[in-house]
Design a protein around this ligand. Structure first.
Ligand code: BGC
Length: 385
């Protein structure tokens, strides 16, 4: 039985010339059963081969990640009746990801969210970044980490399959200083946790704010929008924004506002309230400051789709999370299975530092210096009840 399964997995591995069941600690009569496979996901317009790495566990959870944009392409999870469905937005084929699209599942960098006027000063030098969102810089610029090819390697493990993705962002890319070496690793645990670990080093002082831009819809496409999802965000304060969605600098208590998610509440319950901040964001598009009990992984948010019973918990080492309710999704894109990606059909919980931190000395620092290692982790934990 174990042997049979192992052979099947090794056959898939042969395609990508990956190692299979050959570790020294594994006796020859008991080959290791790997739960990661690699398959082709097409080619970019300049003929670069794109691969999909599929991580599986014994509970039917399956995460597919491609080396273009280090993107989470699909995440399949069972509902309370055991029915498995894909709970993230995106496309069935590479094509959709090569056209303009709002960062579905991608790793965003060098800087997640906005930097005002695409400008910041570090060590007395003013750096001018690519401007791609009105007068501001958004999600790393014109060709951010979501649009580059990463070097991928499968992590072959029976219990914690994964994929490690590496990218060298050259000094001056999109206007940022320093050669930046980034490693992003996705691993899937037997407890239905998809963990993303981020590591980076630089050879010059720089700024950095990496995140993952997955849009969740825990109904697996059964519900056209996410307004019925119940959301808890572990935050007492958020950063109000100006008309360009740049934080003004204030840390505002959520208490008494539609931004109070300390107790679970439906995303749609107050989204239409007459509120200046909701008006500016066209809904929720705000940075919430995580209430921490210490360093390390902290529970950031919990989302529940009452109909399917699927639950998503987000844990992170990051100080904040951008809760974005998919306000700019407008039905012009067709996604998986040809389904229209409608207004607010997915939500993002982008664990990160505060937007525009390089221009706010009072915000936690995003500066990375030579000799230091940037290290952050985020976990998407899935369950059903
Ligand atoms: C931003 C939104 C933006 C979306 C897609 C989110 O992280 O906060 O303002 O529209 O990403 O780009």
């Amino acid at each position: 039985m174990i042997n049979g399964k192992s052979v099947a997995v090794c056959a898939a591995f042969a395609l990508g010339a990956l190692s299979c069941g050959k570790t020294e600690s594994t006796p020859a009569h008991k080959p290791m059963v790997s739960n990661v496979t690699k398959q082709s996901f097409g080619q970019t317009t300049d003929a670069q081969a794109i691969d999909l790495y599929i991580l599986k566990n014994a509970n039917g959870v399956e995460a597919s990640i491609m080396n273009y944009g280090a993107t989470l392409v699909s995440l399949k999870a069972p509902d309370k009746a055991g029915a498995v469905a894909d709970v993230v937005l995106g496309f069935d084929s590479l094509d959709g990801y090569l056209k303009p699209e709002p960062y579905f599942g991608a790793i965003v960098g060098r800087y997640g969210n906005r930097i005002a006027k695409g400008r910041f000063t570090l060590d007395g030098v003013t750096y001018k970044l690519a401007v791609n969102n009105g007068e501001n810089h958004l999600h790393g610029g014109i060709k951010g980490f979501d649009k580059v090819l990463w070097t991928a390697r499968a992590i072959d493990s029976p219990t914690k399959p994964g994929v490690e993705l590496k990218y060298l962002s050259k000094d001056g890319e999109e206007g940022y200083p320093g050669n930046l070496n980034v490693t992003v690793t996705y691993t899937l645990s037997p407890a239905n946790e998809l963990q993303i670990d981020y590591l980076a080093t630089t050879d010059k002082d720089t700024v950095l704010n990496l995140t993952n831009h997955t849009y969740f819809n825990l109904s697996g496409g059964a519900a056209p929008d996410i307004l019925g999802h119940e959301l808890m965000i572990n935050a007492e304060r958020f950063t109000p924004v100006d008309a360009g969605l740049i934080p003004a600098g204030e840390l505002r208590p959520v208490e008494g506002t539609p931004f109070d998610f300390r107790q679970p509440v439906a995303i749609g319950a107050r989204i239409g309230a007459s509120d200046e901040q909701l008006k500016r964001g066209k809904g929720y598009d705000h940075n919430f400051i995580v209430k921490r009990t210490g360093p390390g992984l902290e529970l950031v948010a919990r989302a529940v789709d009452p109909a399917s019973g699927r639950v998503l918990e987000v844990l992170s080492t990051q100080p904040a999370v951008q809760f974005y309710s998919g306000n700019f999704l407008d039905g012009t894109l067709a996604g998986k299975g040809g389904r229209i990606i409608g207004h607010r059909s997915g939500f993002c919980l982008e664990t990160q530092h505060y937007p525009d931190s390089p221009n706010h000395p009072a915000f936690p620092t995003v500066v990375l210096k030579p000799g230091e290692t940037y290290s952050q982790s985020t976990v998407f934990r899935l369950a059903a009840r």
